[in-house]
Design a protein around this ligand. Structure first.
Ligand SMILES: [Zn+2]
Length: 70
């Protein structure tokens, strides 16, 4: 069984919530410039309704790996 609380923590929890998508992208650009962080997406959180910067879901990455033929 999937725990809603665990889901919330993974997708929201300790992340910064941005009011707008623009603010989230600005945050992401800053991260990228400072740390080289990449491969992230901005998504609207279904828990708090704000925009978060985060990695793509495991499922999507698995699907991409399959496509590349790993
Ligand atoms: Zn959230």
């Amino acid at each position: 069984m999937t725990s809603r609380r665990r889901l919330r923590r993974a997708q929201c929890g300790n992340k910064v919530g941005h009011e707008t998508e623009d603010a989230a992208w600005t945050h992401y650009r800053g991260l990228h410039q400072r740390t080289g962080y990449s491969g992230a997406v901005v998504y609207r959180c279904r828990w708090c309704g704000r925009q978060h910067v985060g990695r793509m879901s495991q499922d999507k990455r698995k699907a991409m790996k399959k496509k590349r033929g790993y």
